[in-house]
Design a protein around this ligand. Sequence first.
Ligand code: HEM
Ligand code: HEM
Length: 192
Amino acid sequence: MPTRPSSVRYGAVAQGLHWIIAALIVTQFVLAYLAEDLPLGIHKLALFARHKSFGMTILMLAALRLGWRLTHAPPPLPAGMSPLERFLARATHAAFYILLFAMPVTGLLMSSAKNYSVSWFGLFTWPNLIPKNEAAFEALRTTHDLLSDVLFAVAVLHVLAALKHHFWNKDDVLLRMLPFGKTAKLKTEKFS
Ligand code: HEM
Ligand code: HEM
């Protein structure tokens, strides 16, 4: 059971995890697209090794973040939001939580199906989850690619919504996710 929100702002842990994970997601897209354009060789493999290490870092941080989220209620949504906006906000956040697990897990399974080991920055190796299987590899690669498109679309929607709140609605939804934002003008609904 989440606790009652004690403030109209996200706490430092929620903010920290939010922005670290957001930066890592951007890094993942940049690394994947840089690597894909390279011919097979040491540079391509090095970029994918980084992609895998950062990807598995996202999995660990996502577990931490979900645990934190389930025990620390987020601040309530602004009172003026319509039921459709509320639904979209919650659906987007839920989709993010699912994708933060689904992307790394399909990535790890894909590598396992090819029998490629996944190292974490050279410090240790993740166990291969399934035996070598070319058909499974192709299915998982397609799934990973498709999910990355879904993640991209959800992120665009999410960023546009944050900007709309800030510049159009002029509420404090963006500021309360920023470490130095002031949230004096925030009107919230009653928490139930
Ligand atoms: C949240 C984490 C992750 C994100 C956002 C992400 C994103 C992406 C993207 C955007 C691509 C390019 C897709 C395309 O071809 O259009 C890609 C490819 C790939 N990813 Fe990830 N990835 C993540 C985690 C992982 C992990 C943990 C692994 C492995 C352990 C992994 C392995 C791969 C591989 C091998 C490819 C190349 C697939 C191919 O040959 O088409 N990814 N990823
Ligand atoms: C692709 C990277 C991103 C991911 C995965 C992500 C994920 C999330 C998630 C899961 C939440 C819900 C937090 C919770 O209640 O548990 C959230 C909230 C939020 N995010 Fe992001 N986010 C990303 C990028 C961004 C960016 C670039 C911005 C700013 C333009 C942003 C602004 C916000 C704001 C303002 C909230 C608070 C919404 C509210 O109060 O209801 N996010 N984000």
